[in-house]
Design a protein around this ligand. Structure first.
Ligand SMILES: NC(=O)NCCC[C@H](N)C(=O)O
Length: 489
């Protein structure tokens, strides 16, 4: 029997901002594959360290799930918070357990995967495709075919068999917890990812199968956007390939549906200029937006995607890394060495805005703050002054330190209510200074339980998620979410 089988009824798919009240999203709870990351492979697998899986789950990610459920599907958790604490058996949080919360608002990709694997044809095709990219033996492929859909979903994600030896049949995909990067909803369309890094290839394949085969997405099958590679590149020697201009790689952290008719695309370590151009062509052709703004950021591990350097908090409030903005790092500017040292041009951020029909006349925008202020005022109709909160309160060296641990990577649950990591003290201080309540996730859940606050009434709040283990994986709460439906602003 399948547990946590997601309802077969098709559901609404629509995202037209980063801050409209969140109604449905895709997540993936840390699976057993994360516990298999070893020091020598951590960097290849895009982790910064090995993680302690049980702590990551009980003390950190489970709080993320409880907060999401309280906001999106409260009947699942209201009145049960005390029994769902870190000391519980965690069955409520295990997608393959009969006691799983099985929400159709907070949806784990693992459940969707096990649903589609119940179809023998899909199962055979997907197992063969994965065994192809993972170069497994024919015998291993046959063996995989024999597992039931729920177990097979776990194996395909974690790479580990459920035998006594917990045999690894192929590498894990530990970054699958960062569902943001597998796809992005653009109004009622979904743009699929083309990962830049080999470690994330299997995620893209699993996602492709889920979106094309799961009945929930059946009404949107014609709305799935995939971007092709440039065919000429197949004929060029590697030495002749300028990857940025010819290769299509794109990860969801670089795409933000920032306003109903405005899409932001980052060009970064992970997303190429060529991919950005392809997406722009397609979204204009399909009339999904009127404006595409391309933001080129330094190709650096620290920044990875644009959502690691800024996210939106409220219609008129943004959090960002000052060293890539107009304000710059004040402390650094006062330092005499930095003042006279040659400028590092790679640190430059470039912004070009394209308007549908006038693509040949892009507008250059000088800095990030100008772009974000323009979005607040002109796209989102904010009448309040636009405010910027800087990583590390823009104090040297905390801006860079806290950006590294995702101070700028926040998920808005509604306009002005965000969830992010608890470890970025200076950034949190800056939030307090701007008038935000800064609360631990556990404390907020207790307040909800006591009826002192509610997801409907709460305003201007930063919800702190414990993050000692999660931050070693180098992604924050924005990365750990793929919004499928947000209310229109
Ligand atoms: N949108 C994001 O910035 N996602 C974070 C991805 C972290 C993951 N370890 C990676 O390097 O791909």
């Amino acid at each position: 029997m399948q547990h946590g089988k997601t309802t077969e009824k098709a559901f609404q798919l629509n995202v037209s901002s980063e801050i409209g009240t969140l109604r449905r999203l895709l997540i993936h709870s840390p699976d057993r594959g994360l516990g298999k990351v070893i020091p020598s492979k951590a960097q290849d697998w895009l982790f910064e360290d090995i993680v302690h899986l049980d702590t990551m789950r009980r003390d950190e990610y489970d709080y993320y799930v409880k907060i999401l459920l309280y906001f999106l599907d409260p009947d699942k958790v209201r009145g049960r918070i005390a029994e769902l604490g870190p000391a519980s058996d965690r069955n409520f949080f295990k997608p393959d357990h009969p006691a799983y919360f099985a929400s159709d608002k907070v949806v784990d990709v693992q459940c969707l995967l096990s649903d589609i694997l119940a179809d023998e044809v899909i199962k055979t095709k997907l197992v063969a495709a994965i065994c192809g990219i993972e170069r497994t033996s024919f015998a291993a492929q046959q063996r995989l075919q024999s597992y039931d859909p729920v177990e097979l979903a776990k194996i395909l994600i974690s790479g580990t068999l459920p035998d006594d030896a917990m045999t690894m049949i192929f590498a894990p995909v530990p970054n699958f917890i960062f569902t943001r990067d597998i796809g992005i909803v653009i109004n009622d369309h979904i743009l699929l990812n083309k990962p830049a890094k080999y470690a994330r290839t299997r995620e893209a394949l699993l996602t492709q199968y889920i979106f094309f085969h799961h009945p929930l997405f059946a009404p949107y099958r014609d709305n799935i956007i995939e971007i092709p590679d440039n065919e000429h590149v197949f004929l060029l020697a590697d030495s002749e390939v300028n990857k940025d201009l010819t290769r299509s790689t794109l990860e969801g952290g670089d795409v933000m549906m920032i306003a109903p008719r405005h899409l932001l695309i980052g060009v970064s370590e992970r997303t190429t200029l060529y991919a950005a151009q392809q997406v722009m062509r397609i979204v204009f052709q399909k009339n999904l937006v009127d404006t595409v703004t391309v933001i080129q950021i330094p190709k650096k591990r620290d920044y990875m995607h644009i959502d690691t350097i800024f996210t939106q908090v409220k219609r008129n409030v943004w959090v960002l890394l000052a060293s890539l903005g107009r304000t710059g790092d004040e402390a650094k500017k006062r330092d005499v060495i930095h003042f006279f040292a040659p400028k590092d041009v790679s640190e430059d951020l470039k912004i070009l805005q394209f308007i549908k029909g006038l693509e040949h006349k892009p507008i250059e925008i000088e800095n990030l703050e100008d772009l974000l202020a323009d979005i607040s005022k002109n796209d989102l109709g904010s009448t309040e002054p636009v405010q910027f909160i800087y990583s590390g309160n823009n104090e040297f060296p905390f801006g860079a330190r806290e950006q590294w641990t995702d101070s700028c990577n926040l998920l808005a649950l509604k306009d002005g209510v965000v969830i992010g990591y608890d470890r970025n003290d200076k950034t949190l201080e800056a939030f307090r200074t701007k008038g935000f309540d800064v609360l631990k996730a556990s404390e907020l859940l207790e307040r909800f339980e006591r009826g002192e606050s509610s997801p409907e009434t709460i305003e201007n709040t930063f919800i702190m998620l414990p993050s000692a283990e999660l931050s070693r994986a180098r992604g924050g709460s924005h990365c750990m979410s793929l919004p499928l439906w947000r209310e229109k602003l």
